[in-house]
Design a protein. Structure first.
Length: 117
């Protein structure tokens, strides 16, 4: 039962965080950003948030610095929207999984085009 609660909290935070990121006006938080994954600690006091950008890892790192500076606002918004007993402290981490998936998709398209010739 505890695992279900932790997973549910992680999904709720991910959903709300995606909405909050779109509302931020920080110029560092721009482009197509994706909240890839949220890992919540066992006692739900910390959450690691993995952020990826379509433009690449450098854009994701820039967005992470913007999100770090808005961490208090984001945490307050999540606490208000989810009504958690204790809102976890957020740690943002840049991730390049979206960029990697775009590269893989391009390679698959090339293979498909070559096999049709």
């Amino acid at each position: 039962m505890a695992g279900y609660s932790k997973a549910r909290i992680a999904e709720d935070i991910k959903r709300e965080l995606a909405a909050i990121v779109r509302e931020l006006k920080d110029p560092r938080v721009q482009g197509i950003l994706t909240v890839v994954r949220v890992d919540v600690s066992r006692d739900a006091s910390f959450a690691r948030v993995y952020i990826s950008a379509m433009e690449g890892i450098e854009t994701a790192k820039l967005a992470v610095s913007g999100l770090e500076s808005a961490k208090g606002l984001i945490r307050r918004e999540i606490g208000g929207r989810l009504r958690l007993r204790a809102t976890p402290e957020l740690r943002f981490i840049a991730d390049d999984s979206v960029e990697q998936s775009v590269i893989i998709a391009k390679k698959l398209e090339e293979l498909k085009a070559n096999s049709e010739d």
